[in-house]
Design a protein around this ligand. Structure first.
Ligand SMILES: Cc1cc2nc3c(=O)[nH]c(=O)nc-3n(C[C@H](O)[C@H](O)[C@H](O)COP(=O)(O)OP(=O)(O)OC[C@H]3O[C@@H](n4cnc5c(N)ncnc54)[C@H](O)[C@@H]3O)c2cc1C
Length: 419
């Protein structure tokens, strides 16, 4: 087990980035007696942590592997499905990370990845619950579970087998629903599906950004400082770090980089070559004609329909593109056409659709721990498809490492020096 250095523990820490990951890191550092300054150019939880499907995914013990079946690869290559889209222009810069992603999805490395990932996911509900204590969240969070819906019997049968494998290996609880069971679970569905799977443990959040906002409010009420400022430069200063923003310069013995999809540019500037990339995703809300009781994945098409405070939110699959490339919401149009077969969706409410970016690593594991060559600099990013789920456990692990506590789990698989 990697032990954090106990020398010169910082009493004050700057956390850069107030998404789910940064905000939870700030809360956990504060709980351990640190004075924390949380900096974001926007209000907390207004970027990726705002626009996701709002699922706290206890079932998601296996991160999404790179497809290895020829049929699926062909479909991805020709972008014929709704789940994957890519920008040709982005491909040259993606070759390295995607090759790593492909390798780690193979039979030798993937089981190790799953081991390390499932250990994090195992804590997601208890760690969210611990942060929610004392913060009223009943209006935001419900233990509804999460549904996978299937159009074809063959896909449903295969998924049922796979769910049993997850139940045996990881104790993931699920219920198999046939066509009638799906109609009973979700009376608003306008078609009879072949079948479904109800993952019983996940929680659904009906305004993900608001949950981050509640965590950030609690942090401020307990004495933390939150500043809205656009960080322009980060550099060592004496024995600590300095962050320059147009709103002022901030210094502390330690700084945490929790910039989600924007972390890659910062780590590159600091001289780290990590295989980071993003999978962008869109959402669109619809004034609801039909409303689901819980989030539903169209498992053969790769989009999610989630009931939110604003209406039904449709979230798309992966778009491989530069984080700052112009939006190309073709997946929204494809997914919307499919979703309208299932549910009475009225007018779209977002113009244009929201765009966000999942911060990904080639080995599907987040980067959590000390920066290898910069004392006092800490990384907490790369939580990919489950950063909203993993924020609290990621925040706890990093705070434990920074303050020299025994970590709640072995941090070795997530260390930055693995690259
Ligand atoms: C369509 C979609 C659906 C998803 N669904 C789910 C789901 O159901 N469940 C789940 O667990 N995960 C889901 N995810 C993934 C999840 O949303 C992300 O993993 C998570 O939000 C990442 O959190 P973060 O705090 O690392 O990043 P962010 O939330 O992006 O936070 C990074 C912060 O850094 C700030 N920042 C950037 N640059 C600067 C700067 N220069 N100065 C100051 N601040 C700066 C940004 O303003 C931002 O607030 C989904 C993602 C997408 C795109």
């Amino acid at each position: 087990m990697v032990a954090a250095s106990s020398a010169a523990l910082p009493s004050s820490v700057i956390v850069l980035g107030a998404g789910m990951v940064g905000t939870c890191t700030a809360l956990h550092l504060q709980q351990r007696g640190c004075q924390v300054l949380l900096i974001d150019r926007r209000q907390p939880g207004r970027e990726t942590s705002y626009g996701n499907a709002g699922l706290i995914q206890r079932e998601s013990v296996e991160p999404y592997p790179f497809p290895r079946q020829w049929r699926k690869l062909w479909q991805v290559l020709w972008q014929s499905g709704a789940d994957v889209h890519y920008h040709l222009k982005a491909l040259p810069s993606l070759i390295g990370p995607l090759w790593g992603y492909y390798r780690h999805s193979g039979p030798t490395l993937y089981p190790q990845v799953v081991q390390a990932y499932s250990r994090l996911i195992a804590h997601c509900l208890t760690e969210h619950q611990a942060l929610m204590r004392g913060i009223v969240t009943h209006d935001l969070v419900a233990p509804t579970g999460y549904l996978d819906g299937f159009r074809t019997s063959a896909a449903w049968a295969a998924a049922v087998q796979d769910a049993q494998r997850l139940a045996d290996a990881f104790g993931i609880r699920h219920e198999v629903l046939d066509s009638v069971g799906m109609a009973e679970a979700e009376p608003a569905l306008r078609v009879r599906l072949a079948g479904g799977l109800l993952w019983q443990e996940p929680w659904a959040v009906n305004d993900p950004g608001a949950l981050v906002g509640r965590y950030a409010d609690a942090f401020v009420q307990r004495g933390g400082t939150q500043v809205q400022a656009d960080a322009r430069q980060l550099q060592p200063q004496g024995a600590g770090w300095q962050v320059q923003t147009p709103q002022g310069t901030f210094e502390a013995p330690a700084v945490v980089l929790a910039l989600g999809p924007w972390a890659a540019g910062w780590t590159q500037t600091l001289g780290y070559r990590m295989p980071l990339f993003v999978k962008r995703g869109y959402h669109q809300h619809y004034a609801a004609g039909g409303r689901l009781n819980r989030p539903l994945l169209d498992a053969e098409s790769g989009y999610v329909l989630a009931p939110m405070q604003r209406g039904m939110r449709l979230t798309t699959g992966a778009e491989f593109a530069r984080v700052d490339a112009p939006p190309t919401p073709v997946q929204v149009a494809k997914a919307e056409a499919l979703a309208r077969e299932w549910l009475d969706l009225r007018d779209p409410l977002d113009d244009p659709p929201w765009l966000g970016a999942r911060p990904c690593t080639a080995d599907m594991l987040p980067v959590m721990g000390p920066a290898p060559r910069h004392p006092g600099l800490w990384f907490n990013f790369g939580h990919a498809h489950q950063g909203f789920t993993l924020g609290p456990v990621a925040g706890r692990l990093l705070a434990e490492l920074i303050t020299g506590e025994t970590p709640c789990l072995d941090p070795t698989p997530y260390r930055a020096s693995r690259f």
